[in-house]
Every structure is written in structure tokens, then in C-alpha cells.
Design a protein around this ligand. Structure first.
Ligand code: GAP
Length: 576
């Protein structure tokens, strides 16, 4: 089915390979007019569910970020895939995918490099391009980030962001001010992310430039709880790590409430967003019999995640990861706090002020100055930091601190170390982050694949995309029976009026009506309006529904309201 879908996508302007005039480059796709409209509707629907209904706010950050961001985030060191190169044709392959595609082994990504190399040899895996032996070829880590130079010269290395999330984390000091230092709050971003994939594949499923819709929900892990009751009854299909590891393990159906109660999903927050996701995927027409949440195995988790459940959809027998739902804890904010001069914490107010012991130092500068010269100030700062962090370091006669890369040992009596009682109104904490991260391209592909159907109408096979009206690139096709005797003008006036009401409309007067219906069915237009001779007398038209092919007669004046209601789901066609 994928082949037919990709052919339809190309022919009808959903998506196609970019720069084909120059041979194209693998991993880059263009969304044509139908695809761009579908993608925009999908993003709007995501915004409605994950942002507007949750009370979160959206930002738009740059796609190029300087190197220190990714040194701190861990992407420079840890954002790698396994690469094996063919010794004959030089083609690069993802070693874990070769294993998954050619053996019964799942999630080879979680295996160490040497084990992957051994499996390639054991199964005598060969280059998919030229059939050369790959046994014995080195399996190496390959960093997926695209590097660039910022400004002229090579002084400022930068990277295209591999996830939109970092653009949110790095701005946390401004964003917390915006949120008046009150947790919890959520920030969303919909935008491009870039990964130099070793082997892009399955059209828009694995590409090098793609769109993510991400929510970073900043929470106080001790104080904040999600409104779990809102999704507790949502029934989900779960494939936990335990089930994956069990010999006879499989999918388990339960409600979100039960999954939390039974400890299948450890974090209430992750469970909450699985519930929200379930609702949204159902709303946008993902086939729930071909959908599951799969927990990452421990070796598979990204460097920042302490738990992760992917939303996966089945297409042509393969499960595709369409969303990552991670508990990122305080990983990102702590890293950016430690590597920058900004404050990535928030102040947590106690219910009642607390009397606490605090270690202080008051270094004797008349000793530090002559003894250590220009380093004295930095040593005094280092002593203060150490006293806050680890007062036991001052228990002996001497204490050692690092300043400017040097080690200095100071008699404790010269540090002015002491412990005092102070009343504190609260404390600084680093918020934790819960993150549903949606791959818009993969969701779009899934929605198309699950909507793609063929059936028989009027003794002909028709192809139709049973897209949800909310997502369909065009809501209504407007046709005159023929462009004569005033029917064309009436139809064009109706189209203009519906557009003025904010609906996406296609006007078509070429070919017979049946052919025009088929053209719209194939791109998923849920409704068509036909102006006939009667319309000129009774100011009414035929309104036809794509899936049932049922038709009803409605007054032209009522069309804008009816179509808006059908699109939003406030009214069903059968009730007209
Ligand atoms: N901020 C978390 C993050 O980026 P991820 O699991 O690496 O997590 C999130 O990516 C989603 O982005 C995936 O579930 C997938 O839908 C999408 N995605 C990742 N790599 C992709 C690629 N090369 N092409 C298309 N979509 C991709």
C-alpha cells in the first residue's frame, strides 16, 4: 500500500522528493499544495489539543544554535547512530536497522556496538546496495547533527537543531520570568528539526529535515500533579518494557487510570500525556486498532530521558514511532544551568518559613592576598560555593578548592568557616520536564496511510482518502452541473461566499460530475456541492458526503453554517 500512497502523494501534490530537477538528495521532501494544507491543519489540531486546551504558550526559536548549547545538552557527545560502511560500494548503512530488517531481532538500537558487529558477522549480513559482505567491517558511532559555521571564518561553530526542545530549554531564564516564576507551566514549539540520518527511508518517515511539535511542561516534581482524572478512563494499548522482555509478552489493554494504579506507567505526568495523545490520535483519524504505546527498553532511551513511551502506528506491517513521550527530569535545565551564567532554577516558597542551618565562610583576605596573589578572589568564591555544597570538607585542618583550573589548599582557620541558623522562606529548585514530542511528518504519513481506501462506486473502483473533515486540505468542492445558463456564476458565487466564511474550497467545472467527485475523493475532500438547474429556481444545492456518497438537498443560505459544523464535528452528515 505504501507504494500506491507514495504515488498518489506525488501525483496529487501531497509530498514528493525535493530538487528532483538536480537528481534530488535523499532525506529531503517538499509538501505540495495538498500536503502543505493537510500539514497545517494537523499542526493546528495539535496546537488546539496540546497547547490551547492545556493552557500552554508557544514560542518560535532559531533553528541554528551555537556549539556550547549542544555541548551542554549532551547532543555533541551522545546523539549518535550506528554506522557501517560497505567496503565495496562505499554506501553507508544503519547497522541496527540492517539487523532488525534481516533477523528476528527487535530494537537492535539498544545493543552495544561490539554486539551489533558480532550479529552482522553471525547472520552474514550483506550490503543492500551491492551484496558485498559486511562481516568484519567496523561499526561506529555517527553524530547526527548538521554542523555549520556562524558568520564568516570558522570561529563560531553552530549546529542545526536536532530537536526543537533545546530552543525552549536554553530560553528558560526568560520564560520563567514570563511565567512569573510559577510552576507548572508549559511551552510549545512547532518547527523544523534536522538530523543527518545515515539512511533516510520510507519517504517522509525518516528524513533529514522534518517538523516536530513539542511541548516542554516544566513541573515541580514534589508539588505538582497532573489532572489525571481527565484522561483516567481513556483505554490504551500498552507494550511495556516488561512485556517486551517476557517470552510470551504482548500488548495489554487497560485504562490510563489502571496503568497508573498498577504501576505499569511509573510517572503520572507521562501517563497524563499518553491519555491526551490517545484522545488526539483518535480525533485525527489514526486507526486505534493499529496504534500502541511502547515503552523504551533501558538501552534504547535517549541520553536525557529517565523513562519514555513512544506512540507507534502500524503501516504495512511495520510499527512506526510517531511520538516520543519522555520524562526528562531536570537533565536539560541542570546542564544549561551548570554550563552558562544564567539561573535555570525557580524559587519554591515554603508553606511556613523554616529555620535551617547554613554553612558560611568569611575568608581572611589578609592571608589569602599575600599567599595567593591574583587568585585570592576566585579562591574566596570557591570556598563559599564549597561551604554551601559540602560543609564536611571543612571538618579537617585544611580544605582544598579548585579555582581557574588550579588546586589550592588553605588552613580551615583562615576560611572563617561557621554554621549559622537562618530563617528561609523557600528554596531554589530545578524544575523537571515532561515532554510529548510529536513528529508531524510521521503522523501525517500515518493519517494518510490509515485513511487510504479503495471501494466500488457506480461499478468503478474509486480511491478515497477518508480524512477527518478537520484535517482535509479542502473542506468542500463546489461544482456547477455545467458551466452554462447561470449555473457557473451561481457556483462561483457560492465558492466565494464559503471562502469568505473561512472554509477551504475548490471550484471545478471540468469533466462529468462523477469524475469530479472521484478527483475530490482521492484527495480526501469530505463534502461536495453541486449546482444544478433546480438550484436556479429553489436556491438550494446538492450536498454530497465523500465516504457514504449520500446526498441531501440544502438551502444555499445555510451552506456556510452547515459546512463549518460538519468540519468541526458539531454536526453529523447523517443528521442533516
Ligand atoms: N525532543 C525529543 C525528541 O526529539 P525523538 O524521539 O528523537 O525525541 C521525536 O523525536 C519525534 O520526532 C519522533 O517520535 C519522530 O516522530 C520524529 N522524528 C525523529 N527523527 C525523525 C526523522 N529523521 N524523520 C522524521 N521524523 C523524525
Amino acid at each position: 500500500m505504501s507504494d500506491e500512497l507514495v504515488e498518489l502523494a506525488k501525483r496529487r501534490g501531497f509530498f514528493f522528493q525535493a530538487a528532483e530537477a538536480y537528481g534530488g538528495v535523499s532525506g529531503f521532501y517538499v509538501y505540495g499544495p495538498e500536503g502543505a494544507a493537510l500539514k497545517r491543519n494537523l499542526e493546528d489540531s495539535w496546537r488546539d489539543r496540546f497547547q490551547v486546551q492545556e493552557g500552554h504558550r508557544e514560542i518560535e526559536a532559531p533553528t541554528v544554535m551555537p556549539e556550547p548549547v549542544f555541548e551542554a545538552s549532551g547532543h555533541l557527545d551522545g546523539f549518535d547512530d550506528m554506522l557501517v560502511e560497505c567496503p565495496e560500494c562505499g554506501e553507508s548503512h544503519r547497522a541496527d536497522h540492517l539487523i532488525e530488517d534481516n533477523t528476528g531481532i527487535e530494537d537492535a538500537e539498544s545493543l552495544p556496538l561490539d554486539e551489533v558487529g558480532a550479529l552482522i558477522a553471525e547472520h552474514d549480513l550483506r550490503c543492500p546496495n551491492c551484496d558485498a559482505e559486511l562481516a568484519g567491517e567496523p561499526v561506529e558511532e555517527f553524530n547526527l547533527m548538521f554542523e555549520t559555521a556562524i558568520g564568516p571564518g570558522s570561529g563560531h561553530p553552530g549546529y542545526l537543531r536536532p530537536e526543537t526542545a533545546q530552543g525552549i530549554f536554553v530560553e528558560f531564564p526568560r520564560l520563567k520570568e514570563y511565567a512569573r516564576n510559577q510552576l507548572p507551566f508549559g511551552i510549545t514549539q512547532v518547527g523544523r528539526a534536522y538530523r543527518n540520518e545515515i539512511s533516510p527511508r520510507k519517504s517522509i518517515v525518516r528524513v533529514r529535515e522534518f517538523t516536530q511539535a513539542e511541548l516542554e511542561h516544566f513541573i515541580d516534581p514534589e508539588e505538582d500533579e497532573p489532572p489525571l482524572h481527565r484522561v483516567a478512563d481513556a483505554e490504551v494499548t500498552l507494550y511495556s518494557a516488561e512485556q517486551q522482555n517476557a517470552e510470551d509478552g504482548g500488548h495489554v489493554r487497560m485504562t490510563i487510570g489502571e496503568a497508573v494504579e498498577q504501576g505499569v506507567i511509573a510517572s503520572d505526568w507521562v501517563a497524563y500525556y499518553l491519555g491526551v495523545g490517545q484522545e488526539w490520535y483518535e480525533r485525527i483519524g489514526v486507526d486505534m486498532d493499529r496504534f500502541r504505546f511502547r515503552q523504551h527498553l533501558s538501552g534504547e532511551r535517549a541520553h536525557y530521558a529517565s523513562d519514555c513511551w513512544d506512540a507507534e502506528a502500524e503501516v504495512d506491517g511495520d510499527w512506526i514511532e510517531i511520538t516520543g513521550n519522555s520524562y526528562r527530569s531536570d537533565y536539560d535545565l541542570s546542564k544549561h544551568g551548570a554550563n552558562s551564567d544564567e539561573d535555570f532554577t525557580v524559587f519554591r516558597q515554603y508553606d511556613e518559613p523554616k529555620v535551617v542551618e547554613r554553612a558560611t565562610v568569611d575568608p581572611d583576605m589578609s592571608y589569602l592576598g599575600p599567599e595567593f596573589g591574583g587568585a585570592a578572589g576566585d579562591i574566596a568564591d570557591a570556598l563559599r560555593t564549597l561551604a554551601e555544597r559540602d560543609r564536611t570538607a571543612f571538618e579537617g585542618d585544611e580544605v582544598t578548592v579548585e579555582a581557574d583550573g588550579e588546586s589550592y589548599t588553605i588552613p580551615v582557620e583562615k576560611t572563617g568557616f561557621g554554621v549559622e541558623e537562618v530563617t528561609e522562606a523557600g528554596e531554589h529548585i530545578t524544575p523537571h520536564v515532561v515532554e510529548p514530542s510529536i513528529g508531524i511528518d510521521r503522523v501525517l504519513y500515518t493519517v494518510l496511510a490509515h485513511a487510504y481506501e479503495t471501494d466500488e462506486v457506480d461499478d468503478e473502483t474509486r480511491t478515497r482518502l477518508a480524512l477527518e473533515p478537520e484535517l482535509a486540505p479542502t473542506t468542500v468542492g463546489v461544482f456547477p452541473l455545467m458551466d452554462k445558463d447561470g449555473m457557473g456564476e451561481t457556483a462561483r458565487d457560492i465558492a466565494a461566499d464559503l471562502r469568505a466564511h473561512g472554509l477551504d474550497v475548490t471550484y471545478d467545472d471540468s469533466g462529468n460530475i462523477g469524475r469530479r467527485y472521484r478527483r475530490q475523493d482521492e484527495v480526501g475532500t469530505p463534502f461536495c456541492v453541486t449546482v444544478d438547474y433546480e438550484s436556479l429556481d429553489d436556491d438550494a444545492v446538492t450536498l454530497r458526503e465523500r465516504d457514504s456518497t449520500e446526498q441531501v438537498r440544502v438551502a444555499i443560505a445555510d451552506l456556510p453554517d452547515i459546512l463549518a459544523d460538519l468540519r468541526s464535528g458539531d454536526r453529523a452528515f447523517a443528521d442533516l
